[in-house]
Each structure stands twice: as structure tokens, then as C-alpha cells.
Design a protein around this ligand. Structure first.
Ligand code: BES
Ligand code: MN
Ligand code: ZN
Length: 495
């Protein structure tokens, strides 16, 4: 069941709900909603601040049950941290923590007044959108591969209302569409690779297109790709019994004849490394190696739900990278769809080998206005930027600026690394036009340099989401990044 959102025009002390959410800063500074609840409840909150039970620490939560003088059954007091340093990122953090705390209560509904909190430079539509997205994110549960549980055991949060006027509605509408895209991406990426294989991703794309006017889906199988010369993509796929698919979704929401925007997403449903086999520990995380595919498909879902006035294509090369007697090997020379030959020096650098053919196909088939690819491409990107920023590489300063701005707006942030031709020499090969690895240094950049060879003359940017697509750890889930960033970029383009 998905969480339903709406707006509430009511006062915090008199709104009828199982739980009302209000914020308190450090040092006993109450938000205006908290102050109203406090005075209606004869010092209900201040007393707990004075006793030290409510600290106001960012993300902390306290539940006041059956408060007198207040209509709501409960008050959830959410710590906002220091008022002086309160900013957009803090706002997102506290709205996530608030939703988590609400989710732990035995309630099915709540009303949040956190949207009234002042966030420097952000309006009510932004605050509502971020709060709704954060709540949907926190409410997400992965259930697909557990034994079905008894649903009646504990009541589940079903509806959440936000304090807000008509201006907030636009933010809420966008949030619901983007949340649907984020959920689509997370659901797909969280699935194990014995379920989510290339055919599964193709089926999901077909099923989505089936229910939508203006959307069409096309899937090329390995026979078709052989005929057309996808030599690089097919080499990666050869070691697996799960045959590759090249999946295209097209949405015609813009003017006829307008060049489409194109998203290309790496869809390696499991990356064992192939013959250049990865070490055992952590290999299970490589089920998330289709995070780019999930991300671009999620952004596509969001764009369609918003009915954005844009033409959009989404291309997903979906393969599995496995060791086998028929696997491609280090030192093989491949002929890519573009005609450029590639010397394979490491079969674990497979993402770029499927993306190069997908990029060539995208350019030749759709003549796009702009291409953005998203890929869990390099461990080096995680070393460089950690788990917080997506790596952004582009030769187009204007496009890079657009993507950084979309990331700031949604807090799904990207940080730019250089893509200078100085790095290209690292890809030199004695046996082919280009090698598939660039040596020890600048691994995220040389991977992008490889892709740059196949996007010559195109307005193109690359997003390396290796660090941002999922949360680490045994229970780490897919994050749905960069769905918000890409959806925002499209919103900005649609005007
Ligand atoms: N899917 C991996 C990149 C990756 C590694 C993402 C760890 C997230 C966490 C990619 O296919 C890969 O194996 N890249 C190699 C490239 C190397 C062989 C040049 C890497 O990063 O080690
Ligand atoms: Mn790999
Ligand atoms: Zn990979």
C-alpha cells in the first residue's frame, strides 16, 4: 500500500488526527505550530523542554500521548537542531526522521506542520515537495521476497496531510509523481538478480508502456543486436544464460518533431566481474549494478505521470556479466556498433562496454537534443566522492550547470569531475582503437573518457551513481537516486 498525501488547512491545536507533527529547535525555540500547541496545552511542550526530555536535536523525536487542550490524539515533537544553521539539507533530514518516527506509531494518519518551517531560499511548494518525498522514502518497505506476513498485525500509516495553501499543491503533485518514479526504481533495484534479469527489466518496461497513452516500448533481443552489430554489448552478455535485451521507452509529450531528450541507464543485473572475477566479499552488492537502468526508468515514470511537455527516450542495455566457457576474455578485441574496436583488458570494466553501444544506438536512432547516462560505473567514483554525491562528467558547461542545479533543488546532488582530453591517453591500446580500462589513476574520469569517444559531437553528460544508488550494509536498500535529479532536470526543461 502506498502512502496517500494531501493538504490540510487547519490549526495544529484543533486538527482532528491521530498525530500532529510540530518542530522544535535547540535551546527551547519553538516553531510557530509548536508554540500554538504549547499554549493550547498549557505549556505541554515547554515543560518537557525544561526537563530536558525534548532537546531539539536535529532528527530527534518525542511522542506526547493524549495531550490535554489539543484535539489530536498525539503530538510528535521533531527536533530541528539550531535555528541559526537551519538549511535545506537539514529540513530534508528532519522530515525523513519525522516520517520514520510516525511510521513506528500505531497510527494510520497524521498531519505535519513541518512544511510551515522557514527554510532559507525555499518556498512552500518546495517544502511540501521535499516533505512528501522524504515521507514516501521513509515509508518504503521492501517485501517482495519475504514470506507474506499477516497485514492486520500492526496498523500502517496510510494518509499524511501537510499544512499548506494552494501554492503547496504544485509541490505535492510533483512529489507524488517523483515518488512513484523513486518507488519504481527502488523496487526494481532491490530485487535479487535471479528475479531481476534482463528479461524482467524488459517486461517491466513493456508493462509500463501498456498502461500509458503516448508511451511506446521496443525491445531488441540478442539475435536482432547481432544483425545490427552490437559487438561490444554482446561480448559482455556472452557468459550468461540470461540473454541480453536492449530496451527503449519513448514518451511523446512534447511537440511533434522536437528532438527528444535521451536517458541511457546501465542495466547490469549482476556484475560478477566475468573472467576478471570480483572478490567474494561484497559481490552480492553487484545486484545493484542495474541502478542506472532503474534510475532512468524511474525518471521516465515520473515524467509521464507529470505529463511533462517533453519528448523523452529512455534506453537501457540490460545484460548479466558472468564467467563461463564462452565468456569474453581479457585481450579480446571487440568491434563496437560505432565501428571503433576495443581491447578488453579487464572484463570487470563491462559497464562502459554495454553503454558505448547503447549510446551509439541512441544517437543513430533518435538524434537526441541531449543525452544523459546514469551508471554504477566505477568504484573509483565512490573513493573520490563517497556516498553523498553522484559523479558528474560533461564537456558541456551549460548542461553540467543544469544538472548541478537540479541536484541542489532536489538535494539529490551531483558534483563535477573534469573530463579533459588530457586523460584520453590513458585509454591507448597497442591492438585496438581504444582499451577498456585506463589504469590506476582517475578511474571515474577515464571511464567517462571511454564513453566520450562514443558521444562525439553530442550534447552529453555522464552520471556515475556507484556511490549513491544504494545504501551500504547487509540491509542496505536501493535509494532511487538519481530519479529526483533527472525528473527535476526535465521539469526545468519543460518550462
Ligand atoms: N559495477 C562496477 C563498479 C562498482 C564497484 C560500483 C563498486 C559500485 C561499487 C563496475 O562494473 C566495475 O567493476 N568497475 C571496475 C572498473 C575497473 C576494472 C577499471 C572498478 O571500479 O573496479
Ligand atoms: Mn564490473
Ligand atoms: Zn559493473
Amino acid at each position: 500500500m502506498t502512502l496517500q498525501f494531501s493538504l490540510a488547512a487547519a490549526a495544529p491545536e484543533t486538527v482532528e488526527t491521530s498525530c500532529v507533527l510540530v518542530g522544535v529547535y535547540e535551546q527551547g525555540v519553538l516553531s510557530s505550530a509548536a508554540a500554538r500547541v504549547d499554549s493550547a496545552g498549557a505549556g505541554l511542550i515547554k515543560r518537557q523542554v525544561e526537563s530536558g526530555d525534548i532537546s531539539g536535536k536535529a532528527g530527534s523525536t518525542t511522542v506526547l500521548f493524549a495531550p490535554s487542550g489539543v484535539t489530536a490524539k498525539r503530538v510528535l515533537v521533531v527536533g530541528l537542531g539550531s535555528q541559526k544553521s537551519f538549511d535545506a539539507a537539514r529540513y530534508q533530514k528532519v522530515t525523513i526522521e519525522a516520517a520514520r518516527a510516525l511510521g513506528r506509531l500505531p497510527v494510520t494518519d497524521g498531519v505535519s506542520f513541518l512544511t510551515e518551517i522557514d527554510v532559507p531560499g525555499r518556498d512552500i511548494a518546495w517544502r511540501t515537495r521535499v516533505a512528501a518525498l522524504a515521507s514516501d522514502f521513509a515509508a518504503y518497505r521492501y517485501t517482495a521476497t519475504f514470506k507474506p506476513r499477516d497485514k492486520s498485525a500492526q496498523p500502517e500509516l496510510a494518509t499524511l496531510r501537510f499544512a499548506g495553501n494552494a501554492d503547496a499543491q504544485a509541490g505535492l503533485d510533483q512529489a507524488m509523481a517523483i515518488a512513484a518514479g523513486v518507488r519504481f526504481a527502488r523496487d526494481m533495484a532491490n530485487l535479487p538478480p535471479n528475479i531481476c534479469n534482463p528479461a524482467y527489466i524488459a517486461d517491466q518496461a513493456i508493462a509500463f508502456a501498456d498502461g500509458q497513452a503516448q508511451v511506446t516500448c521496443n525491445v531488441l533481443d540478442h539475435v536482432e543486436m547481432e544483425k545490427r552489430g552490437f559487438g561490444s554489448l554482446l561480448a559482455v552478455a556472452r557468459g550468461s544464460v540470461n540473454k541480453p535485451k536492449l530496451i527503449t521507452l519513448q514518451y511523446n509529450g512534447g511537440a511533434e518533431g522536437d528532438k527528444p531528450y535521451a536517458f541511457v541507464g546501465k542495466g547490469v543485473t549482476f556484475d560478477s566481474g566475468g573472467i576478471s572475477l570480483k572478490p567474494g566479499p561484497g559481490m552480492e552488492e553487484m545486484k545493484f549494478d542495474m541502478g542506472g537502468a532503474a534510475g532512468v526508468l524511474g525518471a521516465f515514470v515520473a515524467a509521464v505521470q507529470m505529463q511533462l511537455k517533453v519528448n523523452l527516450v529512455c534506453v537501457v542495455p540490460a545484460v548479466e556479466n558472468m564467467p563461463d566457457g564462452d565468456s569474453y576474455r581479457p585481450s579480446d578485441v571487440l568491434t563496437s556498433l560505432s565501428g571503433l574496436t576495443i581491447e578488453v583488458l579487464n572484463t570487470d570494466a563491462e559497464g562502459r562496454l554495454i553503454l558505448c553501444d547503447a549510446l551509439t544506438y541512441t544517437v543513430q536512432t533518435f538524434h537526441p537534443h541531449t543525452i544523459i547516462d546514469a551508471a554504477t560505473l566505477t568504484g573509483a567514483c565512490v573513493i573520490a566522492l563517497g556516498k553523498h554525491a553522484t559523479g558528474l562528467m560533461s564537456k558541456h558547461d551549460d548542461l553540467a550547470a543544469e544538472l548541478i542545479a537540479a541536484g541542489e533543488e532536489t538535494l539529490d546532488r551531483a558534483w563535477r569531475l573534469p573530463l579533459w582530453d588530457d586523460y584520453q591517453a590513458q585509454l591507448d591500446s597497442g591492438f585496438a582503437d581504444i582499451a577498456n580500462i585506463g589504469g590506476k589513476t582517475a578511474g571515474a574520469i577515464t571511464a567517462a573518457c571511454f564513453l566520450a569517444r562514443f558521444t562525439d559531437g553530442q550534447r552529453w553528460a555522464h552520471l556515475d551513481i556507484a556511490g549513491t544508488a544504494w545504501d551500504e550494509g547487509r540491509k542496505g536498500l536501493a535509494t532511487g537516486r538519481p530519479v529526483s535529479l533527472l525528473a527535476q532536470w526535465l521539469i526545468d526543461r519543460a518550462g
